[in-house]
Design a protein. Structure first.
Length: 149
């Protein structure tokens, strides 16, 4: 990161283990991951690939129901469509543009609460830091019942 001057676009893909820059890219996938895709069972229903995926997710997070989606924004659409309603307030450090759109589509309000230090481009603070005091004040102002999580 230092050699790339903290610019994620200047990092060589070979140096990236997990790509968190975008939900659209797969540039950091290993040859083993690509091979698994090519060998996947693409049956419409009941495929071995889905069963293996579902079982892995269930063993990690313990959820009974697993809904695979092709991208994060599709998963967000399902999440916000089921967990949020008109009048809700969804705090975040900084909403990504499609995340904000999915929140607002259901009539909820997306509120950015990035810390002042994180907002500074000169800061060495992780840019994703949330202003916890602002979060507490928001919950106090709007009421806990309007904040779905």
């Amino acid at each position: 990161m230092k050699a790339a001057h903290n610019n994620l676009f200047l990092l060589p893909a070979d140096d990236v283990l997990i790509d968190l820059l975008t939900d659209s890219g797969t540039g950091a996938m290993s040859t083993h991951q690509w091979a698994a895709i090519m060998e996947g069972d693409e049956s419409y229903a009941g495929s071995r690939s889905f069963v293996r995926f579902r079982d892995s997710v269930q063993s990690i997070v313990g959820y009974k129901h697993v809904i695979p989606t092709h991208q994060g924004r599709a998963a967000e659409r399902i999440l916000f469509g089921t967990a949020c309603k008109k009048g809700d307030v969804v705090p975040n450090n900084t909403h990504f543009d499609t995340t904000r759109a999915n929140v607002e589509y259901v009539g909820a309000e997306a509120v950015d609460l990035s810390s002042r230090r994180a907002a500074s481009l000169r800061s060495t603070t992780v840019q994703g830091k949330m202003d916890v005091g602002a979060l507490e004040a928001l919950i106090e102002r709007v009421g806990r019942e309007r904040v779905p999580w």
